[in-house]
Design a protein around this ligand. Structure first.
Ligand code: SF4
Length: 180
């Protein structure tokens, strides 16, 4: 880990982020924009760092599961029947292809619990601006590449994600594994 990146990420996540959230409390229409900006800055820095992750976690939000699906995935994503009605099927396939851990979190508390249990060296996280930025702050200094979800039906329901972006992020960490 490069010291200057570690320092700069710390500054952005622990100082700039709370300042922007304070400003966002007054400028509510700008809050999501600020959060997306933090995620973008974080990703840029993580991808300039020298990381050697042995264990990678793909962390997904609960809202990516089809809202009509009755399978409970919170404690075991592999209970998914892989019907293909939502992206969970394809994200599991990515996790299997690249041999990375995969988990679904219903909120920040569960996400923190999952990270504590799996103890990943690097995380590819999918979520909305709010959960992604706060999750990246919470898990610092673990390197996280954050990918914003897509919300064709509005927030928190039947969300989706660009699979190519997820795959690229996993591959980025894996390529750095191979350089060890
Ligand atoms: S792919 Fe899995 S999680 Fe999605 S609807 Fe089908 S069984 Fe449910």
């Amino acid at each position: 880990m490069k010291a200057w990146i570690h320092f700069l990420r710390g500054f952005i996540l622990k100082i700039l982020y709370p300042v922007l959230m304070l400003v966002g409390a007054f400028l509510k229409s700008k809050k999501a924009e600020f959060q997306a900006y933090i995620v973008k800055l974080n990703n840029l820095l993580v991808m300039r760092d020298s990381v050697n992750p042995r264990k990678i976690l793909l962390l997904l939000p609960h809202c990516i599961q089809n809202s009509k699906c009755d399978v409970r995935l919170t404690f075991d994503v592999y209970k998914c029947r892989r019907c293909g009605s939502c992206k969970v099927k394809y994200l599991i396939e990515l996790a299997e292809t690249y041999n990375v851990s995969i988990a679904i979190a219903t909120g920040g508390t569960i996400a923190r619990k999952v990270v504590k249990e799996i103890k990943p060296d690097a995380i590819v996280a999918v979520a909305c601006e709010r959960d992604l930025s706060s999750g990246i702050v919470d898990t610092y200094p673990i390197p996280v590449i954050g990918i914003l979800n897509e919300r064709p039906f509005g927030p928190c329901i039947d969300t989706t994600v660009n699979l190519q972006k997820v795959e690229e992020a996993i591959k980025w960490f894996i390529n750095h594994q191979e350089k060890r």
